[in-house]
Unconditional design. Structure first.
Length: 266
């Protein structure tokens, strides 16, 4: 590819991403207003719950596009005029990607970082390196903790509890491990959690292993933990349905944070 063609391609993809983010943001507001004004609030409980846009996204998405979308959603809620915007829950699967937290140590990477097996990003969340890919359920809450509780430790424990409660539906007794972040099942880490917050508005979130390939985890030390294996739900619930699991997770999330989910509809 010539230099001129390369520059044109870069400019085109940058403009495409910008238009995508702008369109999503504007469409989000329109869909929310349409949904919110026509909601049938049947109980007093729903009247007291904070609204939350719920994007249950099909397919697998580029990590960078979703990260940029999160950054935009968070920035809108950090601004004075956006303080009363509803919370957001994104639920999706990612194309294969490794991510490292702000202080992640590259000694936990077993492959040549100059020739990675897939995309790799150092991002603004806490924690060490992990892998995302098809077959995981990823959920990213964009919450304004000023309307919940201004305590990041409480927030992390609450996200863990969402997963623990959801897995009870499948008669699985998941649990925490003292001193570590995440959710465990039979000594195996089943869900990784990493968050970021600015002015008490959150981004990033939870990756729950469902029927994903575990081989990419063998090329790293997941979350910097040497002596613990990574697990997945399909080994405990062979016929687990991803959409049903997403629904259960969304319901547990809404109950944990006292939110009224407003589904995005095409």
């Amino acid at each position: 590819m010539s230099l001129k063609a390369m520059i044109m391609f870069i400019n085109f993809t940058s403009k495409l991403r910008s238009n995508f983010r702008s369109s999503v943001s504007n469409l989000s507001r329109v869909r929310f207003l349409q949904s919110y004004t026509t909601m049938n609030l049947e109980t007093n409980q729903s009247l007291h719950r904070r609204p939350c846009w719920f994007y249950n996204l099909p397919g697998c998405y580029s990590y960078q596009i979703i990260r940029n979308w999160q950054l935009q959603l968070r920035q809108e809620r950090m601004e004075p005029c956006g303080e009363n915007l509803p919370d957001v829950l994104l639920m999706l699967e990612h194309q294969p990607v490794y991510t490292l937290g702000t202080a992640a140590n590259e000694e936990f990477i077993k492959f040549d970082v100059k020739h990675p097996p897939c995309e790799i990003y150092r991002i603004e969340r806490g924690g060490e390196i992990t892998f995302h890919g098809p077959g995981q359920v990823i959920f990213y809450p964009i919450l304004n903790l000023r309307f919940h509780k201004k305590d990041l430790r409480w927030y992390l424990r609450s996200l863990e509890q969402v997963v623990i409660e959801a897995l009870k539906t499948y008669r699985l007794e998941a649990y925490r491990v003292k001193g570590l972040t995440g959710v465990w099942l039979d000594e195996k880490k089943i869900a990784a959690i990493g968050i970021a917050a600015s002015k008490w508005v959150t981004m990033h979130g939870v990756a729950l292993n469902v029927h994903n390939d575990l081989e990419p985890f063998r090329k790293i030390v997941p979350c910097g933990i040497h002596d613990r294996e990574v697990g997945r739900l399909v080994d405990y619930v062979p016929n687990i349905d991803m959409q049903h699991l997403r629904t259960v997770l969304a319901e547990c999330f809404a109950d944990m944070f006292q939110l009224s989910l407003i589904p995005y509809e095409e």
